[in-house]
Write a protein of this length. Sequence first.
Length: 150
Amino acid sequence: MLDGIDYFNIDETIELHRLAKEMKIPLVTAAACFNIISFSYFSPERVMLSDLITSEDYVEKVMQATYLFFPVFPAELTEEVIAGMMQSYLSGKGSIEISSYSVTPALVGAIITKYIVDILVKTDNKTNIPVMPDMLYLDTNALEFKRVNR
């Protein structure tokens, strides 16, 4: 299954992960923040996002997901930017949003599509997205993929 929900819709994202685990369906997800794109493969036999997000508070759930998906914060995500996001949320907007570069959605789509096709076609040349809690991310400034082992 491909998780196409913006992770700021955290309750819907957690519910998707809960259902995928219940139905024993693996789930692939990607998230973008400024120049960082993360790729995660969730296995129902291991851990799903619904197991990792423990808070009931919306802001805290989003922060837990942000730290999970972005082990390296983009330089652009300064305290001032975070404060502005929180102010927007607290002023009644009801959600938090993080910017990404205009190129990141296209990159996310292309890379995830390649991964899904590899799974469906069962090729030997698979994109290597590790099983969560490990993850893969792309730094679009450095044009480097990096793996995080947790």
